[in-house]
Structures are given as C-alpha cells and as structure tokens.
Design a protein around this ligand. Structure first.
Ligand SMILES: [Zn+2]
Length: 415
C-alpha cells in the first residue's frame, strides 16, 4: 500500500470506484494538528440527473472521513473541530438525494456533517479540494443513488467513532514504491528506547532502569502483533545492546516500515507527575517540556560516545515535501489513536497528552512515526504499573488497538 491508501469511503464495495488520486486534495499538515478550528461557510447543493453534489468552503484543508448509516439512510462526514459560519436555517431543506442536513461538534476535537438521505446512496467522491489561486479549500461530496444491497455492502456499521483519515492523497512516488506495492502485510517496526551503555532514565526509589522496562514491553507488543498474522513486525533491538538513533531510523527504512513506534518511560523532577504522553516529530516543539525531553532522548548517542549522524540536507524536492507532509499527517492520526486507546485503559498526563518535538529517532521522512512515554519512573505508582504484568498486558493491547485502527483506516481501500 502506498502512503496515499484511501479511507473507508467505499470499504467493502468492489463495484464502487476508488476515489481518484488528485493532487488538489492534499491538505495542510496542520489540518489535524490543533490550532484554531477551520471555518466552514457557503454551503451549496447542486443536482445533475442521478448525482447530488454538496460543497462547503473551508478556511483551510483538513482531513476528513466519510461513511454511511442505515435506518434511516444517512451519510456522515467527520472532520476536525470546525467552526460553522452558517445561517441557522441552513440544512433544513436539501436538494436532490439529500432531504436535509445538519452540522456540529460531535465530540471534543471532532465535528460532523450528517446528511439525511431520501434513499440508499453511494459516495462517489468525498474529498477536500485545495483552492486554486488563493481561493478557499472546499469539501466536495458527490452522492449517487444506489441499491440497498450496495449501500449495506459499502457501509460497515460503525462500532466506535472513526479516526479521521485522508480520503484521497498524492501517490507518493518514492524510491521504495515498487517494493511497497509488493508487500503482503503492513510492516511495523517497534523501537525499544535506549539499551546497553545508555540505560535511559532511572527510578530514584528502586534503581529500575528504563532500557529494561521498555524492552520487555516492546517484546510483549511484538509478540501480540505477530500473533495476529496481520503484520510483519521488526524490532530495532531485541536485547540489551546499544543502537544509535540514526541506526534505528535506518532499520525502519530498510524494512520499508509502514509504521514506527518508539517506546520509552519518562522521568520528572516533580515526583507526583505521572501518566502517558505521545510524541510526534516537529521541528518546533509544542512546549518547552517536550523540547527538553527531545534533547534528553537525542543525547542517547552522545551518552554512548557515538558521533551522531550528519543531519540530512534540507530537501527542496516538491515530491519529498509532499511525502513529508503526508507522513506528518499520518503520524498525527497514529498519535491520536494512541492517545485515545491508552487513555481508555490507563492514565495520560494531565495536560496535552499529544505533544511534538524534534526527536531524531522519528526522522524517517516516509515512515509515519510516534514515540510514546508510557509513564514516569520517578513516580512510585507509575513505576509499580510499569513493572506489573497486568498493566503491561492492558497497555500493549491498547497500543495494538491503536495500530489496528490506524491500518484499518489506511488500507480499507488499498488495491
Ligand atoms: Zn527514553
């Protein structure tokens, strides 16, 4: 599968064409990365024989997800939290196959558009088109009448709110594209932080060191993922050896990884601080604590007396730039899944559980990557959990669920 594997729009409906690959639909990486909400305005419905086309302007491109619900028939578009600048009466009447529609905040951080349909509909297109010549971005939804059977086949009933994913994207013509297409299973690379001479952080109470804790948890996750038969799983280390950060990135790229997850445990001067934090790569840190953590983790090579790799030269190639943006967006989807699933079984840090900073280990430009700090070895309750078999079981299941959901959304429409 390529970086542009489409969303679930027509999952399970082989008769339906996959959304077109269209350079105009690439969103900004910050589309799902917080910041002020996008503003939606100027909705419009037009009808052309059997097709009904809905559009709404957006102040910036955002990732969207689309699916159908039955009894009654509805089409749903999920998008990041959006401010709807619409007259109150908008949506009370529709046009064509749309009887009416409504909008609003669905849950924290997520908004939703719901279209009441007059009958079963196929989603021919659900995409964000980037505005031409500085014009606004636009959400475009094209619906076509279909049979109940086709509708049921296309729209698997949702059991939980879907993670946002791209419906379409640029086909990344990377150097590894042919190999990617030939792969039978998604490749997951698990990275146990530190190792060997670099012990990582240390519990002040018991002397327990990070490198051993995270290796045990990484190996448990590896075992579980491999047991599903759905993934090809690789580890950056399987024992107590030191692996330079650049080498970890190389291992991910060498295996043509589709996902890279780095596992760590944290330390904090304030011993009351506890909970898990998920990090993604960004040149500019989300906050000073994240920057300090990245500096500490990046010091691994220096601690071990290894000269860090030369920083890669700035990439100007437009395709590389597109790949970087796609990778960043998918990394954010992965991070959101991790926050949701870790939060469901355990404790997250109180403030901002998804943060970003310049982590060298997350720098494979074409591999969606995240680093998770599972808890604080400086907090005695967290340390107890990190050492507990029961907690490790629950936590690795949560990590696996986040990975499962990530690939379900990405490969639903892959050829
Ligand atoms: Zn660490």
């Amino acid at each position: 599968m390529s970086l542009s594997a489409a969303g679930r729009t027509s999952a399970g409906a082989p008769a339906m064409a996959a959304p077109a690959v269209d350079a105009a639909t690439v969103g900004e990486p910050q589309g799902d990365a917080g910041g002020p909400p996008a503003v939606a305005s100027h909705p419009s419905i037009s009808v052309d024989r059997e097709r009904t086309r809905f559009t709404i302007d957006l102040s910036r491109p955002v990732p969207i997800d689309s699916f159908g619900l039955t009894d009654p028939y509805r089409i749903v578009i999920d998008l990041p939290e959006t401010r709807f600048d619409l007259p109150q009466e908008a949506g009370r009447s529709g046009g064509g196959a749309i009887a009416s529609w409504r909008w609003g905040l669905f849950m924290a951080g997520r908004s939703r558009l719901v279209f009441d349909a007059n009958g079963p509909l196929a989603i021919e297109r659900a995409a964000i088109e980037r505005g031409e010549n500085g014009g606004p971005a636009r959400l475009v939804l094209v619906l076509r009448e279909t049979s109940r059977e086709a509708f049921m086949a296309a729209h698997v009933r949702q059991t939980r709110p879907p993670a946002l994913s791209e419906g379409t994207g640029v086909l990344a013509k990377g150097d590894r594209e042919p190999t990617r297409a030939q792969k039978a299973k998604p490749v997951v690379v698990i990275d146990a932080g530190h190792g060997g001479i670099d012990v990582g952080t240390r519990s002040p109470a018991t002397g327990t060191v990070e490198k051993g804790v995270v290796l045990d948890i990484a190996r448990l996750l590896e075992k579980k993922l491999a047991a599903t038969g759905r993934y090809e799983v690789h580890m950056t280390r399987r024992d107590d050896t030191f692996v330079p950060l650049g080498e970890r990135v190389r291992i991910a790229r060498q295996h043509h990884a589709d996902l890279f997850l780095s596992i760590h445990a944290d330390a904090e001067y304030d011993r009351l601080v506890r909970g898990a934090t998920v990090y993604t790569l960004d040149d500019r840190a989300s906050d000073s604590a994240a920057a300090a953590l990245a500096a500490k983790e990046n010091a691994s090579d220096a601690l071990a007396g290894v000269v860090p790799d030369e920083a890669p030269s700035a990439v100007a190639d437009i395709l590389i730039d597109l790949i970087l943006r796609e990778t960043k967006r998918f990394s954010h989807v992965l991070a959101r899944n991790l926050v949701e699933d870790l939060g469901a079984v355990g404790r997250l840090v109180k403030v901002q559980p998804h943060r970003s900073a310049n982590f060298r280990v997350l720098k494979a430009h074409d591999v969606p990557s995240a680093l998770v700090e599972l808890g604080f070895l400086t907090n005695k309750d967290d340390e107890q959990l990190l050492m507990s078999a029961d907690w490790r079981e629950k936590t690795t299941s949560a990590l696996m669920s986040a990975i499962d959901r990530y690939f379900q959304n990405r490969v639903a429409n892959a050829p």
